[in-house]
Write a protein of this length. Structure first.
Length: 96
């Protein structure tokens, strides 16, 4: 049986890097941070453009639906007129 001896009194903080000074709350941005920020802004612009295109497509789709509905109503009216005319023509032929 192995006897484990742990030394719990060791100070492991001596291996850690030093903390940044408290007097500098906003260190200068590194080039990687600037590139990351630019990439995020570019993605945000792309997202806004896509949302605008989607809004335009939604408006176009609503107009298309309204046009189709109007066309269906007009076509139904044409069928009704044609049927009425055909019935009138048939009735006129019966009376002759």
């Amino acid at each position: 049986m192995t006897d484990y001896n742990y030394d719990l009194d060791l100070d492991y903080t001596e291996d850690l890097p030093p903390s940044p000074p408290a007097s500098d709350p906003d260190p200068p941005a590194c080039p990687g941070c600037t590139a990351y920020r630019e990439a995020i802004l570019d993605l945000n612009r792309g997202l806004q453009n896509m949302q605008q295109k989607m809004d335009h497509q939604r408006e176009d789709f609503a107009r298309m639906q309204q046009t189709m509905l109007d066309s269906m109503v007009n076509f139904g009216a044409c069928l009704h007129i044609a049927r009425s005319g055909r019935e009138q023509f048939a009735n006129d032929r019966k009376t002759v």
